[in-house]
Design a protein around this ligand. Sequence first.
Ligand code: FES
Length: 260
Amino acid sequence: MDMIKTTIDGREIEVQRDRWALEVAREMGIEIPTLCHHSALEPYGACRLCVVEVTKGKWTWLTTSCDLPIREGLTIRTDTPAVIAARKTALELMLAQAPDAEEVRQLAEQLGTKSPRFPDRNESNACILCGLCVRVCKVVTGKMAICFSNRGTDRKVGPPFDRSSDECIGCNACVDICPTGCIESRDEAGIRKIPMLKTELKLADCEVCGKPFAPIRQLEHMQAKLREKFGDDFEAGCICPVCRREQTAARLHNVAEKIG
Ligand code: FES
């Protein structure tokens, strides 16, 4: 393992070369705000809240820490006046972009950024264009049922070509990962609806209790993935999580009775 020395907020540590500065700083107990970071996904550097000040030799610059690989000789500061000012500006931009995002408003209040100098771009939106939904969709489906479109102030997230996409399996990964909760999903009358993606998918009925629980397309996708890995004989069954838990509990109970 290639270990190197670096200094973060005055504390020298030895770390593996090329680890992300954000992760190392957090392990040291240093708080750095983020909105577009998820440890399971590749960094993207969109929200710019994780900005830090880096010095190497006679050069000092500001950069995002989520996608900063630690190299020999870097000195990193996470709390300088320039860092705080850059975070405030990033928050002002986000507030203008997504005035309805509660998380952004709370962070802005904590950092003392209340009213944006920049004009509102979208009066009724909480999307901060962090790209987490786009990245997680690629990981889960291997495709892009949700993507960025347009440029500049018109940039937005939605289905490709603004039309309902066959790639969407209705798994709700984008809904669950969204830091501002701006992607809505609801199950109504046996249909999963995700309005932002123009998705409407029929839910499969649990073969035990008969209640609809997951989109048929999502189950087919998962079955195909599992068969790829474990072979054609793999059969997961169409059972909702509640019934599956009950079946497992009953099985364990039977085993315990036999042993006991
Ligand atoms: S967490 Fe680094 S830019 Fe958003």
